[in-house]
Design a protein around this ligand. Sequence first.
Ligand code: 16G
Ligand code: ZN
Length: 521
Amino acid sequence: VDLDLHPKPAGLDLQYGTAGFRTNAKQLDHIMFRMGLLATIRSKKTKATIGVMVTASHNPEEDNGVKLVDPMGEMVTPTWEGYATQLANAEQEGLLTALRDIIEKEAVNMSQEAGVFVGKDTRSSSSSLSQAVIDGVSALGGHYYGLVTTPQLHYMVCCHNTQGKYGEATVEGYYNKLCQAFIQLTKNASNRTDDQKHLSVDGANGIGALKVREMERHLKQELKISLFNDGSKGKLNHHCGADFVKVQQKPPTGIKLNPGERCCSFDGDADRIVYYYTGSEGHFHLLDGDKIATLISTFLKELLTQAGLHLKIAVVQTAYANGSSTHYLEDIMKVIVRCTKTGVKHLHHAAQQFDIGVYFEANGHGTVLFSKAAEEKIQHLAEDPNTDDSRKRAALLLQNTINVINQTVGDALSDMLLIEAILAIKDLTIQQWDAIYTDLPNRQLKVKVADRRVIDTTDAERRAVSPAGLQEAIDSLVKKYRQARSFVRPSGTEDVVRVYAEAETQESADTLAHEVSLAVY
Ligand code: 16G
Ligand code: ZN
């Protein structure tokens, strides 16, 4: 490869953050090329196929980003995140040395073959930027999938590297696996009405809209989708999508909301989903990642009991989890709850420590992980001729649940099918699901500061250790309100500090968030 193909503007410094590189698309040409190079080296090192996804998820259309996907479909390891930053920031004349450094440190055999899967979202900049990635993929065996959701790319990397054991490494294979499992699951729901089979979807004017249309054809009318914000008119993520709905706590523009009807929103690369409805009184009700985690873990726990299987199930959350959800999960449902730092890789890792790990961020990113041993026990029970009927039914439901889930990463399409299936099987309306527990009113704010890195946190971001005095100030503000909690953390994706507050009333939560943001200055 000609290393001067996509030169770096001198002096530009960018970091591989929580979800890879992410900034205005104009600054990313050299980053994409270099990530193509790095993915090739990572592939040679792991002797497996590596993924590169070009997207800026829920961020504005003008932005873009890129992240690397490791062999099992998981996020690239921290050491290689460090290499990514080094490589990205090497000035043009130092690029070759920077590459050689990594190759040497990792003792990579450069004659090893390489394979890289590249995918992109629908942003206008994604075509040229993904081309820059491909230019960097010097290896043969690269495969360009073009337009895919982020979770589809993760899925196909995993399928390819497990020789098809996880499924076929094509978009068609993905639809077939998930939709067949969904159809099997819904056979266990008796007499679903047309209302139960209908769902309104806000596609955020992004890739999820295209892909949910493709997927619907495989669903045999078992789910009928009214699609809004399909990308034909509106702008990506603009007043729509999962992040907008969650942070603003209001419905997206461009959707028709009839009282009581189930609706959901994807984000710009379809790895997040939130549900909502309006009550008869016109009130907006949001069912976020915490509500989704509760629904899924309740369902799984019931199936485990029916199957007579003793598997350890846990729910993994972050500091943003609503206090009511944590209380419900720990004290009423009696499941293990873990809290990690924000960012999928942290939750994913914690969830791997259990037989069944359900992880969700409040923002709607999440999935379920099953250990190999758990999958084998379930399979054994399902196939054992001595299993009685009710245990067998539970085991089969568990098997189909495993198949409808994308275990590589949070996936809006897969989560949507799972949630729809659970609601059908348990014969729950969205109102009944919502009533499992009542959220504490909450507020999120962001604060611009000179240098967000002066804020350092501990205890899974729930407490600030620096600057001195900040945590004490937060503690004394929190004391003024009932059922209150608040924390601050530097964002890993934007140059801001984030503030979260919850309390007994919306007014208290709003005031507390405001007071804490003043304490941050
Ligand atoms: C990224 C993360 C998401 C996290 C968010 C936090 C992945 C795939 N995505 O979108 O999990 O919630 O960043 O952003 O890891 P923040 O640090 O700006 O609050
Ligand atoms: Zn996303």
